[in-house]
Write a protein that binds this ligand. Sequence first.
Ligand code: OFO
Length: 162
Amino acid sequence: MISKKVQKVLNDQIKEEMGSAYLYFSMSNWFHTQNLHGFAGWLQHQAKEELEHALKIYGYLHDQNSSAELKALEAPQKTWKSPLAAFQDTYKHEQHITGLINNIADTAIAEKDHATGVFINWFVSEQVEEEAAALAVLEKLKLIGDHPGGIYLLDREMGARA
Ligand code: OFO
């Protein structure tokens, strides 16, 4: 059984993971409208991963004989002024999520909840990868600047992810 505090931060995180999925679906949609289908595919893949993260927490709550509370989601941003602006937001968003995951880890420690500590460690490592992946794209976009040829090539590279 997990404490009320741990239940709360885990339920809040389900909403955050669903919100991440929503944000990345919305970005994917915007990239499709820009005819950058490689970026769109990359973000769709990312959105699916976020749904899996939400499901992982949902499953853990049930394994702990608890119940998931599904909260309302806000509509995500719909347009960006450039691919660079979108990936600045992606990187910032992942840093925000890392902070929330660290807070869950801190809560588990404060509650002497070793099971949740072990469970959330997977997310701690995952966030290192997610920040690195977003930053790698962001840095390439900074290098490319306003050169359409560079965006075109990066779009092809991004399309290889799926
Ligand atoms: Fe769920 O890792 Fe990104 O947000």
